[in-house]
Design a protein around this ligand. Structure first.
Ligand code: GAR
Length: 187
C-alpha cells in the first residue's frame, strides 16, 4: 500500500507512521510527504528519514483553485492508494476529494462530529466537556467530515491545558492512525 502523507506542522503523528514502517510493524510504503507551506518540521523530519518530500505552497498561488489543482496533480503523481491528512490544516476542494475518492484519510483531535475545525482541543475545553478524544475518518469535502473509521476517548483532567490535553490525545491518535493503516494494508 502506497501512501502520501500531507502535513502543515510538526508531523509528530507522521513520525509514528515512519517509526512503525522502519520497525517493520507497518507494511506500507511512504511514497512522499507533502506540505502546504515552507519550513515545516514535518517535511524536515521526513527528509532526514530519507523520504521524498514536496511543498505546494498555498501562498505561492493566486487562487485557491490553482493551489488545489497543483496539489492534486502532485499527489496523484505518486499514485497513492491512501492519502493521509496528518495535521494538514487546509480544506481541499471537491475535485481533490474526487481524485482520491475513498482514499483520503484524516485524523482529528476530538470525537467527531463534535468540535471539528482547526481548534478541536481548545473548543472541547471551552465547551466544558469532560471527555474528548480523537477520530480517524475518510475525509470528504467538508471540515473534518466523512465516514468514521476509529475513535477513542480521552478524559479531560482538572488542570489540563490545551497543550497537555492535546499531547495526551496525540498519544492515542498515533496508535489509532498506525492501527488503521495496518488494517487497510492488510486488506
Ligand atoms: C493532530 O492532533 C491532528 O489531529 C490535528 O493536528 C495535529 C497534528 O499534530 N489535525 C487537525 O486538527 C485537523 N482538523 P502533528 O503535526 O504533531 O502530527
Amino acid at each position: 500500500m502506497r501512501i502520501v502523507v500531507l502535513v502543515s506542522g510538526t508531523g509528530s503523528n507522521l513520525q509514528s507512521v515512519i517509526d512503525a514502517v522502519k520497525a517493520g510493524e507497518l507494511d506500507v510504503e511512504i511514497a512522499a510527504v507533502g506540505a502546504d507551506r515552507e519550513g515545516t518540521y514535518g517535511v524536515e523530519r521526513s527528509s532526514e528519514a530519507g523520504l521524498e518530500t514536496f511543498v505546494v505552497n498555498f501562498n505561492s498561488f493566486p487562487t485557491r483553485d490553482e493551489w488545489d489543482a497543483a496539489l492534486t496533480a502532485r499527489v496523484a503523481s505518486y499514485a497513492p492508494d491512501v492519502v493521509v491528512s496528518s495535521g494538514f490544516m487546509r480544506i481541499v476542494s471537491a475535485d481533490f476529494i474526487a481524485a482520491f475518492h475513498g482514499k483520503y484519510l484524516n485524523t482529528h483531535p476530538a470525537l467527531l462530529p463534535a468540535f471539528p475545525g482547526a481548534h478541536g482541543v481548545r473548543d472541547a475545553m471551552a465547551y466544558g466537556v469532560k471527555v474528548t478524544g480523537c477520530t480517524v475518518h475518510w475525509a470528504d469535502a467538508g471540515v473534518d467530515t466523512g465516514p468514521i473509521i476509529a475513535q477513542e476517548a480521552v478524559t479531560i483532567e482538572p488542570g489540563d491545558t490545551e497543550e497537555s490535553l492535546h499531547e495526551r490525545i496525540k498519544v492515542v491518535e498515533r496508535r489509532l492512525l498506525v492501527n488503521t493503516l495496518a488494517a487497510l494494508a492488510a486488506v
